[in-house]
Design a protein around this ligand. Structure first.
Ligand code: SF4
Ligand code: SF4
Length: 379
């Protein structure tokens, strides 16, 4: 027991807000995940339903034979609600809070190694372990709940009354046999429905899962190709991810003033609210240089610029027309050109219509042409 208290205290010293131990048995809500897949709610994330990854989610021991315990950890990132800034001279986008920090896959594993080395120093011998930070097929929220870290809220996030839900989850599979924590005993959502009411695409389901096919986080990050037309308007100004269901959650409200580790002025300035018109001009090389260390690189240039074009369309601002017209005629990626055409149609008016009209005969890609024609019908 003393050892467990030492691990948790050391985790806290290293910046982790929550820590708990569970077993490597099948996660309690594995069948909910199976039903979610069966309903096709994973969208184009086919890797989630592959037999080998499914088997690992069901049996975490397949990730590391000999696993006796799983240490679940939560590491905080700053709450979304702080980042809204008014600007009168620029059109600005929004980036999900977690993505404003350097990619956690690059720095969180080192902190976990430090924690395990402390544990080994206490024990006096080395232990076999394998750490994951959203980097393996593992039902992390389910295991974190069972390790006592919090309850799974109606928005599908793991929530703790003192830590909210804005944290990265990590799991350490250990060969060590440790006493397990009890599952989190309560559900503090009660009669609250704020996240359900606020979700722009109404994709939060009654079984506390999300229909990824309609979720802005999925659409702007994981989804490749065109974003379904009926959902583009709901993106509002979200360029990468979406924090709405976490921002409105009362359990996150109290954490605004907290000091978070590893938030640098540099990343705040770089990613808090991208200047949309400048972003639309990023070349492949500049995109790579700018986002190499950041989660935004996951969307790749064409995904990022597709999102930027849609968000510019959502602003309905004439100021965006010149930049959108230039990208619609010159961008090498059809998905970006198509998004620019949609955006021009959404802004509408004579000027946007003129640009669309003159590009119709010059565009060779069938999908982009179709988008231009549809856009023209709205001008
Ligand atoms: S991330 Fe946004 S779109 Fe997705 S469930 Fe939450 S509020 Fe809805
Ligand atoms: S907003 Fe309300 S219902 Fe949604 S997760 Fe938070 S407490 Fe639960």
């Amino acid at each position: 027991m003393v050892l467990i208290m030492d691990i948790k205290a050391e985790a806290n010293n290293l910046g982790f807000s929550l820590a708990g131990i569970t077993s490597p048995e099948t996660p309690d809500h594995f069948s909910v995940f199976e039903s979610w897949l069966a309903a096709g709610r994973n969208g184009s994330m086919a890797y989630l339903s592959r037999a080998d990854t499914l088997a690992k989610r069901e049996n975490p021991r397949l990730l590391m034979p000999g696993t006796n315990s799983i240490l679940c950890l939560a590491y905080p990132y700053p709450n979304a609600a702080r980042q809204m800034k008014a600007s009168t001279d620029k059109l600005l986008g929004m980036v999900a809070s977690y993505a404003r920090l350097k990619d956690y896959h690059k720095w969180l594993p080192k902190l976990i190694d430090d924690l395990i080395h402390c544990l080994e120093a206490r024990l006096g011998y080395s232990i076999a372990y394998h750490a994951f930070t959203d980097s393996a097929p593992i039902l992390e929220r389910d295991l974190a709940w069972r390790a006592g870290l919090g309850w799974i809220g109606k928005n599908g996030c793991l929530i703790h009354p003192d830590a909210g839900s804005c944290f990265f989850l990590a799991e350490v599979l250990l060969e060590l046999d440790l006493p397990q924590d009890k599952p989190y005993p309560a559900d503090h959502c009660g009669s609250c429905t704020r996240c359900l009411d606020a979700c722009p695409t109404q994709c939060i389901l009654p079984d506390r899962t999300i229909d990824a096919r309609r979720c802005i986080s999925y659409l702007t990050i994981e989804h490749k190709g065109d974003i379904p037309r009926e959902l583009r308007g709901s993106m509002d100004n979200w360029v990468f991810g979406c924090d709405v269901c976490q921002s409105v959650c009362p359990w996150n409200g109290r954490l605004l003033a907290r000091d978070y580790p590893d938030v640098t002025a540099e990343s705040e300035a770089l990613l808090a609210q991208p200047d949309l018109i400048a972003e639309l001009k990023l070349s492949e090389i500049v995109f790579k240089e700018k986002y190499d260390q950041y989660p935004l690189s996951r969307a790749r240039r064409e995904g990022d610029l597709r999102n930027v074009a849609i968000v510019l369309g959502n602003t309905k601002s004439d100021v965006a027309i010149t930049a959108l017209a230039e990208s619609m005629t010159c961008d090498p990626a059809p998905v970006v050109r198509a998004a620019c055409a949609w955006a021009l149609g959404n802004i509408g008016g004579k000027k946007a219509g003129g640009v669309l009209h003159s590009q119709l005969d010059l565009e060779a890609d069938e999908i982009v042409r179709e988008e231009i024609q549809l856009a023209l019908s709205r001008c």
